[in-house]
Design a protein around this ligand. Sequence first.
Ligand code: 5GP
Ligand code: ZN
Length: 118
Amino acid sequence: MCIFCKIVEKELPSNTVLENEEFMAFHDIYPKAPIHVLVIPKKHVESFHEVDSDTMAKMTPFIQEVARTLGVDKTGYRLVTNIGSDGGQEVLHLHFHLLGGGKLRWDHGHGDDPHKAL
Ligand code: 5GP
Ligand code: ZN
């Protein structure tokens, strides 16, 4: 069983923000922003590339509810999902990183070499 499935089954502890029958949101153990929450479907789906549209349709309002619960819905936040090896995905259970709690840096182009992303 993957680590996020163990969190779903409460075999591993987590600092939960919101939960319903199908989805769960909990604080990332190594936060990369003042607010860093992971949102997952409870059923094991490897990544965004494998998720079905019905699950995504239901996940969307759940993520919006998580943002409201965290109080970042008005100020803004960033939603990121890493996919596979090149995407930098380490835990192979679909999760969206919800980052916020301050103005997040974003290196908007400005003539940067695309290969600096590597
Ligand atoms: P990825 O690199 O797969 O997109 O992100 C995995 C995330 O899961 C990382 O940000 C990492 O800090 C977080 N993480 C890994 N193991 C645990 C854990 O056991 N509990 C929690 N809450 N977060 C974890
Ligand atoms: Zn899993």
